[in-house]
Design a protein around this ligand. Structure first.
Ligand SMILES: Nc1ncnc2c1ncn2[C@@H]1O[C@H](COP(=O)(O)OP(=O)(O)OP(=O)(O)O)[C@@H](O)[C@H]1O
Ligand SMILES: [Mg+2]
Length: 112
């Protein structure tokens, strides 16, 4: 099992979650987050003053999946999240040691 964590632009959320459901993703967690990458946010003029915005609103997707599904999930997210401009986001993949469905106590891949 693997966990895919993707930070995307908020405006891309609906299209991406629909495409992931079509690709067979069973469960997903979505959070509103603040973040910055290499540009450290950006500057904006507000009431004539230049203000440094260090953290921008982003959306974080978390998906626990079978190892065999993860490349397809990454492909869907990468293709739909990309605009080509800075700030398109990132995907991190990590191993998942265990998964437990609380209702039944099932463990492992059947609990995904
Ligand atoms: N190393 C990181 N660790 C954790 N979160 C990160 C990291 N890099 C980026 N993020 C998250 O991803 C969001 C988007 O990052 P972003 O796409 O701007 O990365 P970047 O490295 O600056 O690439 P680009 O040059 O294309 O903008 C950030 O707002 C932050 O939430
Ligand atoms: Mg950036």
């Amino acid at each position: 099992m693997q966990k895919i964590e993707a930070i995307i632009r908020p405006g891309k959320l609906n299209e991406i979650t629909e495409a992931l459901a079509d690709a067979g993703v069973l469960g997903i967690t979505v959070s509103n987050v603040l973040g910055c990458g290499r540009q450290k946010g950006h500057t904006q003029v507000y009431r004539g003053q230049e203000v440094q915005i260090r953290l921008l609103p982003k959306v974080k997707l978390e998906i626990a999946c079978l190892e065999t599904q993860s490349e397809q999930i990454v492909e869907v997210i990468t293709r739909l999240a990309r605009t080509g401009q800075v700030g398109d986001g990132k995907i991190f993949i990590s191993p998942v040691q265990e998964s437990i469905r609380i209702r039944t106590g099932e463990r492992g891949e059947t609990a995904l």
